[in-house]
Design a protein. Sequence first.
Lengths: 167, 472
Amino acid sequence: MLARTVRVRLRAPLGRLREFASKADPWAKAWGSSADGGQGQEAERASPRTRSTPAAPQEGGRVSAELIEHLQRLALVDFGSREAVARLEKAIAFADRLHAVDTDGVEPMASVLEDRCVYLRADNVGEGSCAEEVLQNSRHIVEEYFVAPPGNIPLPKLGKQDPFSHS
Amino acid sequence: MAAPILRRGFPGGRWALVWIHGGCRHRNGAPTGPTHGSTRGRSSVAQQSLQTAQKPRKGEHKWETVVGLEVHAQISSNSKLFSGSKVCFAAPPNSLVSFFDASLPGTLPVLNRRCVEAAVMTGLALNCRINKKSLFDRKHYFYADLPAGYQITQQRLPIAAQGSLKYSICTGQRRSQMVTKTVRIKQIQLEQDSGKSLHDDLRCQTLVDLNRAGVGLLEVVLEPDLCCGEEAATVVRELQLILQALGASQANMAEGQLRVDANISVHHPGEPLGVRTEVKNLNSIRFLAKAIDYEIQRQISELENGGEILNETRSFDHKLGCTVPMRDKEGEQDYRFMPEPNLPPLVLYDTSCLPAGADPQQVINIDRIRDSLPELPSVTRDRLVGEYGMLPEHSFVLLNEVGLLEFFQNVMKETRAEPKKVTNWVLNTFLGYLKQQNLAVSESPVTPSALAELLNLLDRKVISSSAAKQRA
C-alpha cells in the first residue's frame, strides 16, 4: 500500500494537467455515460466515467490505480509501468487542448469523410470458401473449428496483483 | 363459433391470439395474471397450478411489471453486411468466412446495399422515422466468437427510430373482446452478427465457427411498454409476420434467424422502476412467454421475501422451466462506444432530394421503397374480414399458420360454397385434422382442389355434412 501511495504522489509534478472528461465533452453528450475520449496517442484507450467505473482523474490529472485496473480489464492492455501511466496522462493533457476551441453550436463530425456517402456494394457473393487459408493462422484447430478456452478467463482481482509488478 | 386452435407442443409456438384476464396486475401470493388466461392447448407455466388453490391474502400489494424487448433479426440477403461472403444456414465450418470476417489486419468493411434496403423497408413498415443520415459505431467487448473484439453497430444515430407496432389481444371474462394495443419502437439499427460458439465441456474448450460472423442483423429495440409473457409473444409473432411479408428476414426462431432478449423488472404502482434483469438465449416464442412469466414471478417472490434483485443476465432452462443466471457475464459491461472510423455516414434520399446524375446503384430512394412495400399482415387481415366477412380472430389464425392463407385462398377460387362455410371448414375441420396428425399445411394429403370439390358437393346438398367430414 505504501509503495502505491508513493507512486501516486510521484505523478503530481508532471505539469499542469487539466481535468479529464470535462463537462464540455461532446462525446459524453452523444453516448451518455459510456463515451470515449478518442485519444489516439497510445494503443491504450481511456474512457471517461461510466456507471460503475472509478472516478475520473482529479485536479492535477492523476489517474488513480483503481482506474488503471479498470482500464486494464476493459481493454486487456497492460499498463506495465509508471512510465506507461505517465504517458497516458500526457496524452489526456494533449487532447484536452481541444477544449481551447469554441465549438458552441457546431455539430461534431463523425469522420473526416463526411462530405461523401458510404459506398454501397451490390448483394453478390464473391468471397469466402477459403477455410483452409483462414484456419492457417490458428495453431490449434479441431475439425475445421477454431479452438478457444471455455469462456472468458477473468483477470486476477484487484489487490491480489500489484498492477506494476513488472515495472 | 369457431375458436382458434393451437398446435400442441410445437416448439415454434404459433400464437393466434393472446388471452388476457383483466390486465397484467400480479397479486401478492396468488400468481394470477397472464398465465391463467392461457389459450387452449398451450402448456402452462409451472405456477399456474398454484393459483387455483391459493386465494389472495388480505392487504395484498399489487405489482406492476415492465417488459422491454430487443429483437435481432437476421437479414435475408445473399452476402454479409460488410463482406462478400455467402449467407447460408448450414455449411461446413468456417467455409463462408472472408478475411474481413476473420478480422485479419488490412481488411475494411464494405456496406451491402440490400441490407440497407431491408432496414428501410422494416422501418417504414413499423411507422418509423427514417434517418436520412445515420452513422456506424463500434461496440467493444471480448469473446471468442467476435474476432475483431468489437461489433459494428449503429448506436448513436440509427437508420430508423420512433415507430410503433400494433397488436391485438383478447380480454374480458369470456375472452371475446379483442383489444388493439401499441408498443413503441425505439430504434432499428444495422449491426453485425457474431460467430457461433460450440461449448465442448468434456475437453474444456470452445469450438468457434465464424460462418455467421458478419451476417447482417436488424436490431429492433422496443420501448418497455409490455407487461407480460403473452403480450411479448404476440408482439414477436406480429414482428415475425411483418418481416416475413416484407422479405427482410425469414425470421425463423428455430434456426436462429430471430433472437429475442427480454428485460424484466417489477415495481409497486407509483414507485420508481425496479432493478431489471435480462433474459437471453430464447429460441422459441413459447419459451419467451414462459421465461418472462417465470422471471416476473421470481422477482415478485424474491422481493416479497425481503430479498433483492440483482441486475444480471439470465438464460432460460426450458427443461426446468426456470431462468438461471448466466455464467461469463461479469457485472455491467462497458462497451466503450466509438465512431467506426472506416465508414462514412450512410445517406438516404427521397424523391424530393435525389442528387442529379447520381449512379442509381449508389442511391437509395426511401419513397421508391415505400411504394414497393408488399401488403402487411394487418392489412391482409382487414382485407379478409372485409372480403369474406369472417371474424377478426379467424383472420389471425389464417395468417399465423404457415401456408394456411394460401390454401384457403385456393379453395375459395375453386368453390362456389359460401365464404363463411369455407372458413369454418378450413379453420376447424381441416386445421383440426392437421393438428391431430401433426402435419404442416404443406404436408397435407388434402389439396385445395379436393376440399373445394368436397365443399361444392356439400353445397349442392349431394352429400351430408357428416359424410363430408368423414371423407376429409
